[in-house]
Ligand binder design. Sequence first.
Ligand SMILES: *[C@@H]1O[C@H](CO)[C@@H](O)[C@H](O)[C@H]1NC(C)=O
Ligand SMILES: *[C@@H]1O[C@H](CO)[C@@H](O)[C@H](O)[C@H]1NC(C)=O
Ligand SMILES: *[C@@H]1O[C@H](CO)[C@@H](O)[C@H](O)[C@H]1NC(C)=O
Ligand SMILES: *[C@@H]1O[C@H](CO)[C@@H](O)[C@H](O)[C@H]1NC(C)=O
Ligand SMILES: *[C@@H]1O[C@H](CO)[C@@H](O)[C@H](O)[C@H]1NC(C)=O
Ligand SMILES: *[C@@H]1O[C@H](CO)[C@@H](O)[C@H](O)[C@H]1NC(C)=O
Ligand SMILES: *[C@@H]1O[C@H](CO)[C@@H](O)[C@H](O)[C@H]1NC(C)=O
Ligand SMILES: *[C@@H]1O[C@H](CO)[C@@H](O)[C@H](O)[C@H]1NC(C)=O
Ligand SMILES: *[C@@H]1O[C@H](CO)[C@@H](O)[C@H](O)[C@H]1NC(C)=O
Length: 455
Amino acid sequence: MSLAILSSVVLLAPTVSSLVLPDGVGRLPALGWNSWNAYHCDVSEQKVVDAANLIVSLGLKDAGYEYVNIDDCWSVKSGRNANTSEIIPSPTTFPDGISGTADKIHDLGLKMGIYSSAGTATCAGYPASLGYEDIDAASFAAWGIDYLKYDNCNYPSQWNDQYRWCIPNHSSDVGPNGTCLDITNPAPPGYNWATSNSTKRYNRMRDALLAQNRTIQFSMCIWGTADVQSWANGTGSSYRMSEDIEPNWARIMLILNEASFIMNYVGFWDHADTDMLEVGNGMSAVEERSHFALWALMKSPLIIGTDLANVSDAQVALLKNPYLLAFNQDPVYGRPAAPFKWGTNPDWTWNKTFPAEYWAGEFSNGTIIAMVNTRSSTVKKTAEFKDIPGMQNGKVYELTDIWTGNILGKFSDSYTASVASHDIAVVLAQLATKGHESWWDWWSWWTWWVVHRRG
Ligand SMILES: *[C@@H]1O[C@H](CO)[C@@H](O)[C@H](O)[C@H]1NC(C)=O
Ligand SMILES: *[C@@H]1O[C@H](CO)[C@@H](O)[C@H](O)[C@H]1NC(C)=O
Ligand SMILES: *[C@@H]1O[C@H](CO)[C@@H](O)[C@H](O)[C@H]1NC(C)=O
Ligand SMILES: *[C@@H]1O[C@H](CO)[C@@H](O)[C@H](O)[C@H]1NC(C)=O
Ligand SMILES: *[C@@H]1O[C@H](CO)[C@@H](O)[C@H](O)[C@H]1NC(C)=O
Ligand SMILES: *[C@@H]1O[C@H](CO)[C@@H](O)[C@H](O)[C@H]1NC(C)=O
Ligand SMILES: *[C@@H]1O[C@H](CO)[C@@H](O)[C@H](O)[C@H]1NC(C)=O
Ligand SMILES: *[C@@H]1O[C@H](CO)[C@@H](O)[C@H](O)[C@H]1NC(C)=O
Ligand SMILES: *[C@@H]1O[C@H](CO)[C@@H](O)[C@H](O)[C@H]1NC(C)=O
């Protein structure tokens, strides 16, 4: 274990070309709440402050959730301040200004996030920041903003990319590994998307934020376009890697499929954002826990997206699952879990209904193994340890069910679970130290016995 910890520190040490912010901000995935999935455009200071109070009273703050993020629709829609060109907070929904809301959030020991777009209007048509990056970044800093979600709507055509990038969400567009087949004007092989106009639009806001005397985490909401995973490292702390999430199983699977192909790119300071959580928004209990477990294991930012006044105790417990949060927030291991086997389909099959089902990842406390059932009836699923990076056939592991905390026993080559439709088995595997399974263990045990039997 200690050797593995050492080598991953060496391999993943941040370098100059990552966006490295002070105090480790952005090194680990962000944890927080955002207004959109619960309220869409119907957002107000009252709702945001209520959410912040519930984050504290439900124990979510103690579990690590810290950002309270206002999404779209917070400003005067008709335009900027005619004299200063600043965006004007809506006086009806944010009567204390964004700075007044931020003060209340900060008083609770939480951080304040806001939203804009790398275009001339936000997705809902409010003033946005393309061409106004310096002015808006200065406003955000002056108001006490700690996090910017930066969307990709409404940029003028002169900002179009030279080549077209497809969002491979439709099977007819998609070849092996999500490559686009039938788009016009695709980029030539080897094209460097870091030189694209999309990259420039996002780099402008990164630079404006870095020029402020305030640390503001930069969350790029770029929907997986412009090959963002290849250049996001130096631009933002996280990047949306797909189209929007919805509270239904089909959309969870569609995003999981796309994400399963880019886990190689994820590490410290550099997180694929699989979009905000839909826990509390109408999926079944097993679907919610599959969704949350997979999002946590992929080291996505975990941004709660529901009305916290309505969540059940079970949903709060899910959002606080100590094993999944410890994996997501591990300070030593930057790499996410990744698929070690697809399951229903052959490995590396692009399929938005039956994506990769067998996932595993190493962290400071062992290895987490997850098996999701994409089918419509209960199936038995088996994880073979020899298929899992970092695990070895023949070694004895103690397994813990992370949903109950119950120890399942000792296993040396595989683990089989019966998994209900759309549910997920998630276990923690730890090398059993009292198993005497190796010569060294026998030797240690024997010398211990020799020394202690005399006492
Ligand atoms: C712009 O400046 C003028 C002149 O000082 C003032 O009358 C007006 O109220 C200002 N407008 C805004 C939106 O602040
Ligand atoms: C960026 O946009 C300009 C103006 O539309 C266009 O001429 C140029 O080809 C684009 N550059 C890239 C790298 O896509
Ligand atoms: C795929 O994504 C594009 C761009 O976001 C969208 O216009 C289109 O409707 C999507 N298609 C499907 C089938 O979801
Ligand atoms: C898909 O991607 C994986 C991982 O990068 C690679 O091993 C595999 O060969 C790719 N398959 C195809 C058909 O390109
Ligand atoms: C930056 O902010 C800190 C604390 O808010 C302040 O002490 C410092 O003077 C500021 N520096 C500049 C260059 O404005
Ligand atoms: C981030 O950039 C650094 C420097 O180029 C590189 O070493 C590292 O592998 C990148 N991280 C990821 C996850 O690609
Ligand atoms: C939350 O519960 C209240 C009262 O039961 C209800 O009026 C409201 O619509 C619920 N909100 C959501 C987002 O479900
Ligand atoms: C680490 O594993 C131990 C069991 O060995 C368990 O009691 C503990 O809760 C785990 N902690 C985390 C954060 O996973
Ligand atoms: C997805 O996988 C299922 C199960 O193998 C298969 O029946 C289906 O045809 C696949 N869908 C596509 C679009 O290839």
